[in-house]
Design a protein around this ligand. Structure first.
Ligand code: ME8
Length: 519
């Protein structure tokens, strides 16, 4: 049963203090695959991404580069937007937190929290990491051999002492624990949920939510000396895009609460502790799920960093291997929710094993046999054998498996299930030997080719979320009608129609040959 209800999914919004890297590309591709999946499954989808442009990190980077924060944000936000186009991301909106609509929305949520009696003015003295844009308790920091004090994510912290507004986070401890208990799917994957529960159980301090020592942010209502702590405004982006905070009847207000916030594991605390507390205070519904993916690591397992010179550039990888190849590799290779490695060698292996020798070869062998031996038309199948029926049943059963896995953000498992049916079809095709049947039993050959082409059709429909352009090419090869390419056309409902004319297939996935090492 497909469900026509609204579905709202978001990525984190990235800091445009530098150019996008493979981690940003990874998150956008994964979220795009989930958005496309829901659209193909008949949901009314709203998919949001964008850039998080305020805060001390942006201001400091701009100063180092000798430009204004506005210029830095403008330049790099455009890079993120370009990356989205290059990745074929299907986002419905791209939000920038410097936009007027976002300043208005952030002030509106602030006022709601203030009206609820949850904001008070005091002064803050404590440790702050500019790189994480996070406050840390003394017990979460340590002084290392280099004499520098570091926070729990390994970034340096500095002492901050200033007048500040506070949010009464300490009063939300019980309500948050009740949320995790009553809505066990609120945090995924499960390991992350346990981490957050123990963090909240250990006690919550009130949160400093404004700064006075710099001015690159959203002004606090009625106190323009203060700008909001960047995470207050950043998290609000998810609401800004719906228009809800400034107009309860806005056309996109129906999308709130979000179905899924897709973020990286380093920012889970902000999304599963601060964000629900802000929303509870503002009297707004909570997102249904926050899912934290792992980090993409360079070959040796190190975290990528400019100083190590191992930053994988998504633009270069796509130029070299092709877009859908990279999308496929990242979604298939890394278990979504865990850290994973990205290596050029691994990409080449996957391309050849799964794409060129897998689905690409299966489609081209079976369809070219149809074009040559069946008058260029989808053959009329004869009576189906047990093997034929088993093959069709495997293909018809994929939607249920993919729905189940994608519903849990187990993207890699959905992709693996599809590829397993490709392998099964390869075995079926080899065992049935349609090339031998050509000489002995033309009707039987037609049946085997029909079954194979029908499986290719269904696999192509199901691969669209992960490799949109290549899956479209596969659907063109089997002449699937334009209005029968969504999930409603899977299974019996959209079976290939005998007599449909096919063109000679062109290769969809060329083999990858590594360039010869230069002498
Ligand atoms: O955190 N692998 O922005 P950001 C996978 N502005 N994901 C990675 C990664 C890697 N190597 N490196 C970063 C921010 N990410 C805030 C978010 S949301 C209201 C505000 C992920 O540019 C990271 O976990 O540092 C985050 O989800 C996203 O990229 C943007 O990171």
């Amino acid at each position: 049963m497909s469900d026509k209800t609204p579905y709202y999914i978001t990525t984190a919004i990235s800091y445009p203090n530098g150019k996008p890297h493979i981690g940003h590309a990874y998150e956008l591709i994964a979220t795009d695959a989930m958005a496309r999946f829901q659209r193909l499954d008949g949901r009314d989808v709203f998919f949001l991404t964008g850039t998080d442009e305020h805060g001390q990190k942006m201001q400091q980077t701009a100063r180092k580069e000798g430009i204004s924060p506005e210029e830095l944000a403008e330049r790099n936000s455009n890079e993120f937007r370009q990356m989205g186009k290059l990745l074929n991301a299907s986002n419905d909106d791209f939000i920038r937190t410097t936009e007027p609509r976002h300043h208005e929305a952030s002030q509106a949520i602030w006022n709601l929290m203030a009206d609820a009696g949850d904001i008070y003015k005091d002064s803050y003295a404590g440790w702050y990491s500019v790189r994480d844009e996070a406050y840390y308790g003394e017990d979460e920091t340590e002084v290392r051999a280099d004499g520098v004090r570091y926070g729990p994510q390994g970034t340096p912290v500095e002492w901050v002492e200033e007048s500040s507004y506070f949010f009464k986070l300490s009063e939300y401890q019980d309500r948050l624990l009740k949320l995790y208990e009553e809505q066990p799917d609120f945090i995924g994957p499960a390991e992350r949920r346990n981490e957050i529960i123990s963090f909240v159980k250990s006690g919550l301090r009130d949160l400093s939510i404004s700064r006075t020592t710099f001015d690159w942010g959203v002004k606090v209502p009625n106190d323009p000396e203060h700008v909001m702590y960047v995470w207050v405004d950043a998290l609000t982006n998810y609401l800004t895009a719906t228009g809800l905070l400034t107009d309860r009847n806005a056309p996109l207000a129906k999308f709130w609460p979000a179905d899924a916030h897709i973020i990286g594991k380093d920012i889970i605390r902000f999304h599963t502790v601060y964000w629900p507390a802000f929303l509870m205070s503002a009297g707004l519904p909570l997102p249904k799920r926050v899912f934290a993916h792992g980090f993409v690591l360079a070959k040796g397992g190190e975290k990528m960093s400019k100083s190590l010179g191992n930053v994988l550039d998504p633009f270069e990888l796509i130029e070299h291997f092709g877009l859908d190849q990279i999308r496929y590799y990242l979604m298939r290779e890394i278990s979504f929710g865990q850290d994973g490695y990205c290596s050029e060698e691994g990409i080449g292996i996957r391309i050849n094993a799964d794409l060129a020798n897998g689905i690409g070869n299966l489609a081209s062998r079976s369809l070219s046999m149809i074009v040559k031996n069946c008058d260029g038309q989808i053959p009329q199948p004869g009576e189906l054998t047990e093997e034929d029926k088993a093959m069709l049943t495997a293909a018809d059963g994929l939607l249920a498996v993919c729905r189940e896995e994608m519903g849990k953000q187990a993207i890699h498992k959905a992709v693996a299930a599809i590829i397993a049916v490709v392998s099964e079809t390869d075995r079926y095709f080899a065992a049935q030997e349609p090339w031998a049947l050509k000489k002995t039993d033309l009707e039987r050959m037609g049946t085997v080719l029909y079954v194979t082409a029908e499986v290719v059709r269904q696999i192509a429909i199901l691969l669209q979320p992960y490799m949109p352009a290549s899956a479209t090419k596969l659907l063109d090869l089997v002449a699937a009608p334009a209005d029968s390419r969504n999930f409603a056309a899977l299974g019996e409902a959209g079976r290939l129609v005998p007599g449909t004319v096919l063109e000679a297939p062109t290769p969809v996935f060329p083999r990858y040959v590594a360039p010869a090492a230069s002498a």
